[in-house]
Every structure is written in C-alpha cells, then in structure tokens.
Design a protein around this ligand. Structure first.
Ligand SMILES: Cc1cc2nc3c(=O)[nH]c(=O)nc-3n(C[C@H](O)[C@H](O)[C@H](O)COP(=O)(O)OP(=O)(O)OC[C@H]3O[C@@H](n4cnc5c(N)ncnc54)[C@H](O)[C@@H]3O)c2cc1C
Length: 364
C-alpha cells in the first residue's frame, strides 16, 4: 500500500482542510453536526440517497485524520454514525434506511447502545433483558448499564432475549427502541472524572412496534456482531489522530520540564515509535476495509494498542508534573482508565487477536 496521498486523495484532503479552516473554531453540538451534514462530511461512505457521499473508505480516513489534526469537535451522534447507522445499512429495510439515516447525519435524533447489562458485558451472549414477541409488536422488560449518551438519546439499538428457553446466542433479538416511550427510565452514572456520560436504562413493559426489528426474531446475534465490528472498524484511525495530538503535547511538556532527563527522553521516544506502529496497523486495516467493505478483526489490535498507550502517555505526563493536575493531564489520565474497558476489554481484545488474527485455538 502506498502510504502517500494520491493526487485525488490530496485534492480531497485540501477540500477538508479548507472546510475546517473556514469553519473553526466551532462549538460541539447539533448545529455543528448539521453543518458537517450539509458539507457532506458527516459520514461520507454512506450512499448518496441516505445523505452520504458514497465515498471510499480512504476518504473517510482522511476526514478522521484532518478532524483529529485540527482539533475540530466531533459530531454529536457518535454511536449512530459508528454503530447504529452501519448496522441499519447492513440489516435494515429500505424503510429503516429512509426513516433513520438522514436524521442521524443531521443529529436531529441522538442514539445510544443498549448492549451491556449488570451481569453481561464481555459475555454479551448472556444478556437477559426480555424482548418478548407479541402479535405485531414486542414488549421489553429489563435493565441495561453503561449506556453512553442514553440521557440525551432519542433512540436505542437494543439487544435482548426473545426466547427465554435459550441461554446463548440463538434466542437473541435486536430492535430499535424509542427512548421516549412509556416505561423507559434513564439514570445517569457519575464517573471518576466527575462527568456523567453514561447511564443505567430500566425498561418496564415498553412496547416496541414490530417494524422496529432489525434482522430476524432470534437472529439478533448476527446483527450485534455487525455493530461490534463497526464499533472498532475505522475507530483506530480517529484514535491514532487523537493520540498523535496527545504525544505532541507530551513532547512539549517534556521539552519544557524534563528535556534533559535521559530516562524521560527514552520513554517519550518509545511512545512516538509506538504511535508510528499504530498508524501502520491502521493503514493495514484500512487496506482490508477497502477490499472487503467490512471491518476485519484487525480493528481490535488498534483499539487495544491505542487504549493501553494512551494510559502510559497520560501516566508519564502526570509523573513529569509531579502528580499535580495542570487542568488537562489529570482529566486525561482519569478518562483513559475507561478506554481499556469500553468497546471490548484488553483481555477480550487479546483473545480476539489470538484467535481471529493469529488463528490460535479457541480458549473456550
Ligand atoms: C466509558 C465506557 C462506555 C461504555 N459505553 C457503553 C455503551 O454505550 N453501551 C453498552 O452497551 N456498553 C457500554 N460500556 C460497557 C462495556 O462494553 C463493558 O464494560 C465491557 O464490555 C466489559 O464488560 P463488564 O463491565 O461487564 O466487565 P466483565 O465482562 O465482567 O469483565 C470483568 C473483567 O474480567 C475480564 N474478563 C471477562 N471475560 C473474560 C474472558 N473470557 N477472558 C479473559 N478475561 C475476561 C475482563 O477483561 C475484565 O477485566 C461502556 C463501558 C465504558 C467503560
């Protein structure tokens, strides 16, 4: 793979840079998201008829790189753009696509993901929330937890059990749930950073119309796997961009406070080298994505590498600061703790790499 921009990629990169130069600084939120939609930059690989550009994945990578480089605020609908939308594109009906995708891009409707439960995280196939099929509708009862953005969400991609006689993948069903429906209660959870980004969701006899089914009754596992592959799909490229900024900040901090210390210099150089390795891994995943259109298990390598490196970088910065929070690194260190848990814990990702990338025998 040629790692330099082709003339066509360079022209597109210029277009993105010009847009950002003309529109920054921007406030995060729905107005910024709508502007991205109008510029055709919200989710450029989606088909034109649903508000995308039908652009190839290398263009998506350029958008992610340039947004990270410029520090532009993210779109307000990350779960919808990264997970719900691609899942609807893969498994939804034409009505689903026309009904949901345009409002994802404009952020008119915000989405959350209802997968994890108090007793089911890594072992997602054990979820117990009931999605009971009735004549023409479903009734949902149960509890989800750690649902990012649920306190702001209008819609939820929900995985639950339609057949209580089964305990694993077979009896699962996947629906789109209206977060404003009677019987939905959201309780925010306070994190170590002081923020409350994620929530518990309680469902009591929530009625979901039959047309909100994605895939088939009992076929929810296959749909959920699409969601999870996309969760880690192009994430790596955006994460590498964010980490690039983080390493640059670290280098500036080291230059200012500890530039002469050979041990610190050694550690910061190592982090820079690790960052280059992450970027190359991402380009390898991108090459697979360009060929197949489906994110491969290599995305797990990027997420694992990034989350563990980001923790090391923030730890080194705090050591250089003598443990005193300068208002930036303290927050970064606390927030980085959750990164090795969300979107698959480090242990689970190592197992995926061992089994699906290296082809080692299954552990269970
Ligand atoms: C910031 C953040 C945001 C999140 N947002 C969402 C969201 O929007 N929607 C959602 O549904 N969920 C969300 N989650 C939940 C996340 O997906 C789960 O926390 C994660 O899957 C781990 O599940 P768990 O917390 O139940 O831990 P467990 O699965 O109970 O794991 C506990 C420990 O055991 C280890 N472990 C478990 N199984 C194995 C195994 N087979 N082999 C080796 N080790 C193992 C794990 O690695 C971990 O160290 C979020 C989590 C965080 C931190």
């Amino acid at each position: 793979m040629d790692l330099h921009d082709s003339p066509e990629e360079a022209a597109f990169r210029d277009e993105v840079r010009e847009f950002l130069a003309a529109n920054l600084p921007a406030e995060p939120g729905k107005a910024w998201s709508a502007k991205l939609r109008d510029a055709g930059l919200a989710s450029i690989t989606w088909p034109v008829e649903y508000g995308g550009r039908g652009a190839p994945w290398n263009h998506q990578a350029i958008v992610l790189e340039e947004f990270a480089r410029s520090g532009a605020p993210s779109h307000a609908n990350p779960i919808a753009l990264g997970m719900a939308g691609p899942t609807i594109l893969a498994h939804g009906t034409e009505d689903h696509k026309r009904r949901y995708l345009p409002k994802i891009l404009s952020a008119e409707e915000i989405w959350c993901q209802g997968f994890s439960e108090p007793g089911s995280g890594s072992d997602l196939a054990s979820v117990r929330t009931r999605i009971e099929p009735h004549d023409g509708h479903f009734v949902v009862n149960g509890q989800k937890v750690w649902s990012t953005l649920a306190h702001l969400a209008d819609l939820c991609i929900l995985l639950g059990r339609s057949d209580p006689a089964t305990t694993r993948q077979e009896g699962l069903t996947y629906v789109i749930l209206d977060m404003h429906a009677p019987g939905v209660e959201v309780r925010p959870l306070r994190q170590i950073t002081g923020e409350a980004e994620f929530n518990e969701i309680f469902f009591t006899d929530v009625v979901v119309p039959g047309e909100n089914l994605l895939g088939e009754i009992g076929g929810g596992w296959r749909v959920a796997m699409t969601t999870l592959l996309h969760e880690r799909g192009t994430l790596g490229i955006s994460l590498a961009g964010i980490l690039d900024n983080q390493v640059q900040r670290l280098v500036a901090l080291v230059a200012e406070r500890a530039g002469a210390d050979p041990l610190v210099r050694d550690r910061v150089a190592l982090e820079w080298i690790e960052l280059q390795a992450l970027k190359l891994t991402n380009y390898r995943s991108l090459a697979t994505l360009m060929k197949t259109g489906i994110p491969g298990p290599e995305g797990s390598i990027s997420k694992l590498h990034w989350s563990e490196q980001n923790q090391r970088v923030t730890k080194l910065a705090m050591e250089i600061l003598g443990g005193k929070d300068d208002g930036y690194w303290g927050y970064q260190q606390l927030r980085s703790r959750g990164n090795t848990i969300e979107a698959g814990t480090s242990e689970i990702l190592r197992s995926i790499v061992a089994e699906r990338v290296l082809g080692l025998p299954r552990s269970r």
